[in-house]
Design a protein around this ligand. Structure first.
Ligand code: CP
Length: 307
């Protein structure tokens, strides 16, 4: 595999190899010296055309832990604001001998377009509403770490499915790994085609979804991607689909709560649920570094992992 553009392109075996390699890197990250020489002499540019906290810092840390040389590019502070195209921008950066490109872009398919036109390896760090493959991988890694398996696991993805690249990568990955998947939320935020296209369950009642699942992966309402009013207000959304300790305590089992971040506290998730013992949200963030180390390491050719 030369690029990581989406989970859709990966086989079950590819996913297994990435998750197992991430497990080894997580062990490395527990050591007093966390740095390995695996990507020495590899130069990586982090190209962010959209804002990010977790993904960007996580990739930067993963690159440093692997001893890669990394440079960071923020579109708003670049010559993109003077009208330079995506392809010109990337070709100019590559001419300075850059080997890999990590890219986040608001346009679905932007990394696929680049992959057709440049010689460097590309890692998709989120493209529009299409995919966020390293988020899907770190979510799966975190589920497997917490519950010991993906096969047969019941995962409900709850919230704004329509605008979520995290939902897409989770659905592709979990289906390939044999998990049972449900999407839940208001009908206006669940695309009509999704049930047939992916052979997954759809549930509009939050309590029923939570009662069914082992894991609830809760998504943010992506107001920045909505060009029409899809529900009447955030308060109404919160009343119908907001998850809090009261609803979690009313279930007859303890489910695991996940969220890719950033959380809109008090909308899709209350603090008493987000910060509860059932939440593994910060474990997801921690695991993101090991998972991104695994992706970069494998794409670079998987040379000697440690000294
Ligand atoms: N989960 C995620 O992609 O978060 P950021 O937008 O902060 O990177």
């Amino acid at each position: 595999v030369k690029h990581l553009l989406g989970i859709r392109d990966l086989s079950r075996q590819d996913i297994q190899i990435i998750l197992d390699t991430a497990t080894q890197f997580k062990e490395v990250l527990q050591r007093p010296i966390k740095k390995v020489p695996s990507l020495r002499d590899v130069t990586i540019v982090n190209l962010f055309f959209e804002n990010s906290t977790r993904t960007r810092i996580s990739f930067e840390l993963a690159e440093k832990r692997l001893s890669a040389d990394s440079i960071n590019f923020t579109a708003s502070a670049s010559s993109v604001s003077k009208g330079e195209t995506l392809l010109d921008t990337v070709n100019n950066i590559l001419s300075m001998k850059v080997d890999m490109v990590v890219m986040r872009h608001s346009a679905s398919g932007a990394p696929h377009f680049l992959a057709k036109h440049i010689p460097a390896a590309i890692v998709n760090a989120g493209d529009g509403i299409n995919e966020h493959p390293t988020q899907g991988l770190l979510d799966a890694f975190s589920m497997r770490e917490k519950l010991g398996r993906l096969e047969g696991l019941k995962v409900a993805i709850i919230g704004d499915i329509m605008h979520s690249r995290v939902a897409m990568s989770n659905i592709y990955l979990l289906k390939k790994m044999g998990a049972e998947v449900m999407v839940a939320g208001p009908p206006t935020l669940i695309p009509k085609y999704i049930q047939e296209a992916f052979d997954i369950r759809v549930e509009y009642n939050l309590k029923k979804a939570l009662q069914w699942c082992d894991v609830a992966n809760v998504l943010r309402i992506q107001l920045e991607r909505q060009n029409q009013v899809l529900f009447s207000s955030l308060r109404e959304y919160s009343l119908a689909y907001g998850i809090n300790k009261q609803i979690l305590d009313s279930l007859d089992k303890k489910i695991v709560i996940m969220h890719p971040g950033p959380i809109n506290r008090g909308v899709e998730l209350d603090s008493d649920a987000a910060d509860s013992a059932q939440s593994i949200i910060l474990n997801q963030v921690e695991n993101g570094v090991a998972v991104r180390m695994a992706v970069l390491y494998l794409l670079s050719g998987g040379r000697e992992m440690t000294n």
